[in-house]
Design a protein around this ligand. Structure first.
Ligand SMILES: Cc1cc2nc3c(=O)[nH]c(=O)nc-3n(C[C@H](O)[C@H](O)[C@H](O)COP(=O)(O)OP(=O)(O)OC[C@H]3O[C@@H](n4cnc5c(N)ncnc54)[C@H](O)[C@@H]3O)c2cc1C
Length: 408
């Protein structure tokens, strides 16, 4: 069986390996000068290539279409990925949150394992070869058109990725090919991406990172997101793990509305406990400036912001703070407000949400339901996950399943 795999990223390398190991004559076409260009920048250059959680727990980390992943995750599990990488010369280690990395901390060693694997099963690799379109005859795939001319194949697996970090080669080509053949495309949006905010006081705190806070995001009265963790203020808005995960949940609501958000800066303390704490801090300091006392409750960069929102004069003394004002301080500590206006661009997004709709893809094989012999795998599909190695696991699992099924 002659198989062409379009795109030599994570999903494409795995698909090519699987198809070749099941006996196919496989050609892997990659438009870049090397394979897996995005892999080099994953996990801050260390490549968090999967997550060592129970297979069952993979599903709750998939944001879009977790059920579609059932066959794929079980056809090539996270343990199989770890074994695969280790068997091809790259030992791995498991870190906090079950995140899996190469022992060397070099993403290039993950790509290295795949290059050795591809060689071992005889995959033909053509670099600097951009695919311009798919060739279909009477509803059956018959090849691709490349920059250098047409190429024939009985099966084609499209693994061109999404739209994020386009400099790595992920420019949405596969989505366009699919659309041209009649596939529905779920709206494409940046995900795991920082967010722009409205208020001037947010950029005033740029560089400040908050740990152990609770972030809640509302659409009107509806609570869209509510999690604990770490976040960061930037010159344009908010980032950090909590906000990146939030972006995957709330992105679609930002298409036509701004969203109200609030931070509980003291999630472990209730209002009464906070009040008692404030009173303790105030005692014996009645003639001091309130801004000095706030320093025991807040990071330094937040103090001027609190003073501004509370409309306190810079030299306001503790002895002038009324009960209502004390309640206002507590309210702000528990409900620090800001407005999210939009997502940042694909250039800064770790993944793409949306893509080739899974409704027209067979979840047991990854084959198109519209064109015989055409398969899709990886981020080109409408699947995205939280951080932790899950997005690459989707690429490996769907790539393996597509490659294996293309061979049959
Ligand atoms: C900064 C960053 C850090 C990340 N860190 C992690 C992490 O630590 N763990 C994790 O699980 N996920 C991480 N991700 C997400 C993960 O990298 C992607 O989800 C994954 O690479 C998707 O794999 P893919 O093979 O589907 O697509 P891609 O990796 O995007 O590969 C697609 C390939 O297809 C090629 N291509 C595209 N069009 C054509 C064409 N027309 N002809 C020929 N070739 C073509 C591209 O050049 C590219 O090589 C990170 C992403 C980014 C941007």
């Amino acid at each position: 069986m002659k198989v062409i795999v379009v795109g030599g990223g994570a999903a494409g390398m795995m698909a090519a390996y699987a198809a070749a190991s099941y006996g196919c004559d496989v050609t892997l076409l990659e438009k870049n000068e090397k394979l897996g260009k995005k892999i080099y920048i994953t996990g801050k250059g260390r490549c968090n290539f999967t997550n060592a959680c129970d297979v069952e727990d993979l599903f709750q980390n998939v944001v879009s279409n977790p059920k579609f992943m059932y066959s794929a995750f079980y056809s090539f599990t996270n343990q199989q990925v770890m074994d695969f990488v280790a068997d091809h010369g790259t030992p791995y280690k498991v870190e906090r949150g079950e995140r899996v990395f190469p022992v060397s901390d070099h993403a290039s060693d993950v790509t290295g394992a795949f290059q050795r694997a591809l060689k071992s099963v005889g995959v033909k690799i053509m670099l600097n070869t951009e695919v311009k379109g798919l060739r279909v005859q009477d509803g059956v795939i018959c090849g691709v058109d490349t920059v250098d001319g047409p190429m024939e194949a009985e099966r084609v697996i499209v693994c061109t990725g999404g739209l994020s970090y386009p400099t790595t080669g992920s420019t949405g080509d596969g989505v366009r090919f699919a659309e041209k053949l009649g596939h529905s495309i779920a709206t494409l949006r940046p995900a795991l991406v920082p967010m722009n905010t409205k208020e001037d006081y947010i950029p005033a705190m740029q560089g400040l990172s908050l740990k152990n806070v609770e972030l809640t995001i509302y659409h009107g009265k509806k609570k869209l997101y509510d999690e604990f963790g770490e976040m960061l203020f930037t010159h344009f808005g908010v980032s950090g793990p909590l906000c990146l995960s939030a972006s995957s949940r709330v992105g679609k609501y930002l298409d036509d509305a701004s969203l109200q958000a609030e931070i509980d800066l003291k999630p472990k303390l209730d209002k009464d406990t906070l009040d008692q704490r404030l009173l303790r801090e105030f005692k014996g300091n009645e003639n001091k400036n309130i801004s000095n006392v706030l320093g025991s409750l807040l990071p330094k960069k937040m103090i001027p912001v609190f003073m501004e929102i509370l409309e306190f004069a810079e030299d306001k003394k503790i002895n002038s703070v009324t009960v209502e004002e004390r309640n206002e301080i507590i309210r702000l500590l528990k409900h620090f407000p800001f407005t999210i206006v939009s997502l940042r661009s694909f250039k800064e997004a770790i993944v793409t949400q949306g893509g080739v709709s899974v409704k027209e893809i067979n979840p047991s094989t990854m084959e198109s339901k519209l064109v015989e012999g055409l398969y899709f795998a990886g981020e080109v599909l409408d699947i995205d996950c939280y951080t932790g190695g899950f997005n690459l696991q989707v690429a490996w699992s769907t790539g393996y399943l597509a490659g294996m099924c293309a061979a049959s």
